[in-house]
Design a protein around this ligand. Structure first.
Ligand SMILES: Cc1ncc(COP(=O)(O)O)c(C=O)c1O
Ligand SMILES: N[C@@H](CCOP(=O)(O)O)C(=O)O
Length: 461
C-alpha cells in the first residue's frame, strides 16, 4: 500500500513513512493510493466479533508490511486494553431508529483516544525498531491534546508539545494537558484560536530546516493513522445494527473533518452507509460550504462545544481530493486561494460533495435545549458536541437507523452541561483529584518564531 499527497507533488510513501512524516512536503495530506474494499462476507463475519478483531480486519489492508499480523494484533490489544467498557464503543438506543455510539470510554474521555492510543503503540514499535527519536507537535481545541499527552507521556524517544488556544478549552481539558508531570510533555497556551495553533503546526512542517532539526512528527488528523483508526467504529456499530444486510446513517459532530472523513472511508470500503451527516456548531464553515459550494473563512466564535470551534477544517482537503477526481494540482490551487480567505468549488466537485455529505448547523440555545431534552426524554446526559450531533440527526431521521457519534463524556464540559441540565456529570474516580494536581503550562504568543524557540529550547534531542 502506497500513500500519496492531496497536492500531488510530495514523495510517495509507505504506511510507516506516512505515519511518521505527518504533513506531506508539498503541504498536503497523505492518503492511500487506492482504498481497499471488504467483501460483504468479510463484513458479515464481523457480527459477534470483538472490537479488536474488527479493528484488525478493517485496518490490516492499509498497513502493508509495517507490522506483522501478530505484532499488529498485539498493538491493537494494548491500545484498547485500558478502555473502561468491554465493548470499547457501545451503542445505546435512544428511539426506534436513533442510536448513540459512545466513543468516550477511553482514558481521556473523548473519541480521540481510539486513534491516539493506537498511534502511541505504533509510534513506539516503529521508533524502538529504528532507534530514532521524534518531536511531536500538535494543535488542539481540547481533546486531541489531552489524548496525545496521555498516549505519549513518559516515553523515552518522544517529546510532545501541544499548542492549545489560551482560555478557549474547558477546565477539564486544560488540566488533562497541564497536570501530567512527565518531563517529555509540554503544554503551550497560545494567544490565539485553534486555527492559529493548527496553522502554526503546519508552518513548522513547511519550515524544512526546523522540521529536520527537531525531527518533527504530527499526531493531529494530518496523520493518516489517526483517520484510519477511526474507520473501525463505523464498521463495529453498523454491523451490530445489521450491516452489511441493512443500511445505516451516521451523524457526526464535526470540526476538523477527520471523524466524518473516516466514515467516508468506511463507505468507500464497502460499508453500506446511506447518509453521512455533518453537524456543526455556529462555526459553520462546513455547513455553509455544503449549502453553497463556497468555502469562505469567517472568524472563530467561542461556543459551549469548544472542540469544534474551527474554521479551517484540515481534512476537508482530503474530501476535496476525491471530489476533484484525485487531481492534486486542483487541490493545491484551492488551498492557495484559501490563504486569501476562501475558494469556490467547481461544479463537478461540489456535486460530488453534495451527493456524499448532508449537513446541519446548531445554535447555542439549541445545543443547550438538546442536552436538557435528552436527559428528560432519554435519561442520557450528552456533552455539548454530542448534543450538536443529536440535534442535527433529528432533522434527518427516517426509516434507516441513524447512529449519532457521542464524541466526548459530559464530565469534560461540566459548566455547559450543568447550565443546560442542572446536573454536573462526575469525573471517573481515577480522575477525581484532577482539580488538585499542580499545573505546568507555558503561555506563548501567537508567533511562529516564538513557538519554535520554545520547542528548540525544551527538546531532549
Ligand atoms: C468532542 C469532539 N467532538 C467533535 C469533534 C470534531 O471532530 P473532527 O475534528 O474530527 O471533525 C472534536 C474535535 O475534533 C471533539 O473533540
Ligand atoms: N477538535 C480537535 C481539533 C484537532 O483535530 P484533529 O482531529 O486534527 O487532531 C481537538 O479536540 O483538538
Amino acid at each position: 500500500m502506497r500513500y500519496i499527497s492531496t497536492r500531488g507533488t510530495a514523495p510517495v510513501l509507505t504506511f510507516e513513512q506516512a505515519m511518521l512524516t505527518g504533513l506531506a512536503r508539498d503541504g498536503g495530506l497523505y492518503l492511500p493510493e487506492t482504498i481497499p474494499t471488504l467483501t460483504k462476507d468479510q463484513i458479515a463475519a464481523m457480527a459477534g466479533q470483538s472490537y479488536e478483531e474488527i479493528a484488525f480486519t478493517v485496518m490490516r489492508p492499509f498497513i502493508g508490511d509495517t507490522f506483522s499480523d501478530d505484532q499488529f494484533r498485539d498493538l491493537i490489544a494494548k491500545a484498547y486494553a485500558g478502555f473502561g467498557h468491554d465493548a470499547r464503543a457501545p451503542l445505546v438506543q435512544l428511539a426506534p431508529n436513533h442510536f448513540l455510539l459512545e466513543l468516550f470510554h477511553g482514558p481521556t474521555l473523548a473519541f480521540k483516544d481510539f486513534a491516539m492510543q493506537l498511534i502511541g503503540q505504533m509510534f513506539q514499535a516503529a521508533l524502538s525498531r529504528s532507534g530514532d527519536r521524534v518531536t511531536i507537535v500538535g494543535a488542539t481545541s481540547g481533546d486531541t491534546g489531552s489524548a496525545a499527552i496521555e498516549a505519549f507521556r513518559g516515553l523515552d524517544n518522544v517529546d510532545v508539545f501541544i499548542l492549545f488556544p489560551h482560555g478557549r478549552v474547558s477546565e477539564v481539558q486544560r488540566r488533562q494537558m497541564t497536570t501530567p508531570s512527565e518531563s517529555n510533555v509540554h503544554a503551550l497556551a497560545v494567544d490565539g484560536d485553534f486555527d492559529d495553533c493548527q496553522a502554526a503546526v503546519k508552518d513548522m512542517f513547511n519550515d524544512f530546516a526546523f522540521r529536520e532539526d527537531v525531527k518533527l512528527a504530527g499526531v493531529n488528523s494530518i496523520n493518516w493513522g489517526r483517520v484510519l483508526a477511526q474507520v473501525v467504529y463505523y464498521f463495529s456499530s453498523a454491523v451490530s445494527l445489521g450491516a452489511p444486510h441493512r443500511e445505516v446513517s451516521f451523524t457526526v459532530p464535526t470540526g476538523n473533518f477527520g471523524d466524518i472523513f473516516a466514515g467516508y472511508i468506511a463507505q468507500q470500503m464497502g460499508l453500506p452507509i446511506k447518509d453521512l451527516i455533518v453537524a456543526t456548531n455556529r462555526n459553520d464553515i462546513l455547513h455553509r460550504t455544503l449549502e453553497t459550494g463556497s468555502y469562505t473563512k469567517e472568524g472563530v466564535e467561542p461556543t459551549i462545544s469548544p472542540s469544534m470551534d474551527i474554521q479551517v477544517s484540515s481534512n476537508f482537503e482530503r474530501a476535496l481530493f476525491y471530489a476533484y477526481g484525485q487531481d492534486g494540482a486542483a487541490v493545491a490551487g484551492q488551498m492557495e486561494d484559501l490563504k486569501s480567505g476562501g475558494f469556490q468549488i467547481s461544479q463537478g466537485a461540489y456535486q460530488m460533495l453534495k451527493d456524499t455529505f448532508k449537513s446541519g448547523r446548531v445554535s447555542e440555545d439549541e445545543t443547550s435545549a438538546t442536552i436538557k431534552n435528552y436527559l428528560a426524554q432519554h435519561g442520557e446526559l450528552l456533552c455539548p458536541h454530542t448534543a450538536v450531533g443529536a440535534h442535527v440527526a433529528e432533522m434527518h431521521l427516517g426509516t434507516t437507523p441513524m447512529i449519532t457519534l457521542a464524541t466526548a463524556h459530559p464530565a469534560k464540559f461540566p459548566d455547559a452541561v450543568k447550565a443546560a441540565s442542572g446536573i454536573a456529570a462526575p469525573l471517573p474516580p481515577r480522575m477525581a483529584d484532577l482539580y488538585d494536581r499542580p499545573e505546568r503550562v507555558t503561555r506563548v504568543a501567537n508567533d511562529l518564531s516564538a513557538l519554535q524557540a520554545v520547542i528548540k529550547e525544551r527538546i531532549t534531542l
